[in-house]
Design a protein around this ligand. Structure first.
Ligand code: F6P
Length: 342
């Protein structure tokens, strides 16, 4: 019997538990026993684990977050990081790892390959910004929350004649902002791929008012950069173990800039962690289930240092080296959606 170690790292997403369940159940069918490491790479370094038999993954399909816990621990920031991981894997007789996470978590899995550690990655991030896969676990669920939020904001916006700004996640890629904006009928869509000017946003609002539209809804990605600023708007300047600052606040920046120019109130809603929480959508459950089963299949075929990916409707194994370190921005062919109804 082989043994797989599963870990989940980075910001959580709805659908991770569905992937864990699939790996455990499909693995069990193929005589692969699973254990779960707790809190991402931290659990592998510190040998914190729990057994994962089919009985432990019963009833988790519809639950958001991760039953294993998550962290942004980077073992390569710790001198003994790799040695500790090797020791944990030996002690638990682990044959291979499945890492579920975004670019940072999966980049550790890839780096470990050069130390003889066999791993497979499963992409999960609501930002949907990992290369070579059309979708990451979590994106569809977050999009559902954003669409619902925009529907709800519309009622106050038109009843009170307000300008409402909805800030959503998306550090470097505007998938959530663009697709959420289209699905929820936002009037102005601002994304990290295109620096924006507040003057242009102001003009768009005035144009709407000239057309007797007495409210405007703006959706803005946290990573969208105002032309006038040197860099993105940062909530916390302190960098994490993977070198990222915490973004946030660009919605309020736009509101402050617009406030003096407008005769109607400008208000901001930051969806923050609400968009990452809650039940996974049907699409995320299906994607996660397929990715989990695919990870086991790839292991049985002895294909490691790869990531599960969906391209069209087909699940593929793509090389981690090729998928990581490049943000997947909005396809240029979709950018027309930003200004479709301007
Ligand atoms: O999961 C990716 C992400 O959602 C980014 O869009 C966001 O910047 C980041 O996580 C924030 O997560 P946390 O506050 O948990 O570090």
């Amino acid at each position: 019997m082989q043994r797989v170690g599963i870990l989940t790292g980075g910001g959580d997403s709805p659908g991770i538990n569905a992937a864990i369940r699939s790996i455990v159940r499909f693995g069990y069918r193929h005589n692969i026993a699973a254990i779960g490491f707790l809190e991402g790479w931290k659990g592998v370094m510190e040998n914190l684990s729990r057994p994962l038999g089919p009985e432990n993954v019963s009833g988790i399909l519809h639950i958001g977050g991760t039953i294993l816990g998550s962290s942004r621990t980077n073992p390569f920031k710790n001198e003994q990081g790799v040695d500790r991981i090797t020791k944990t894997l030996e002690q638990n007789a682990i044959d291979f790892l499945v890492a579920i996470g975004g670019d940072d978590t999966l980049s550790v899995a890839h780096k470990l390959a050069s130390y003889g550690i066999q791993a497979i990655g499963i992409p999960q991030t609501i930002d949907n910004d990992i290369a070579l896969t059309d979708y990451c676990i979590g994106f569809s669920s977050a999009l559902g929350v954003i669409t619902d939020a925009l529907d709800r904001l519309h009622t106050t916006a038109f009843s009170h004649h307000r300008i409402l700004i909805l800030e959503v996640m998306g550090r470097d890629a505007g998938w959530l902002s663009l697709m959420g904006g289209v699905a929820g009928g936002a009037d102005i869509i601002l994304i990290p791929e295109q620096d924006f000017s507040v003057a242009a946003v102001h003009r768009q609002i005035l144009n709407r008012q000239a057309r007797k539209k007495h409210f405007s809804i703006i959706i803005i990605a946290e990573g969208a950069k105002p032309e006038k600023l040197e860099s993105q708007v940062v909530n916390e300047a302190e960098i994490d173990a993977f070198g990222h600052v915490r973004l946030g606040g660009v919605g309020q920046y736009v509101a402050n800039q617009l406030a003096d120019k407008m005769r109607i109130p400008v208000r901001v809603t930051n969806l923050a962690y609400l968009q990452r929480g809650g039940r996974p959508s049907p699409s995320d459950r299906i994607l996660a289930t397929r990715f989990g089963a695919a990870a086991i299949e790839f292991a049985l075929e002895r294909r490691f240092d790869v990531m599960t990916a969906i391209q069209g409707t087909t699940i593929k194994a793509v090389s981690l080296a090729e998928a990581l370190g490049k943000q997947r921005h909005i396809d240029p062919g979709l950018l027309y959606l930003v200004n479709l109804f301007e």
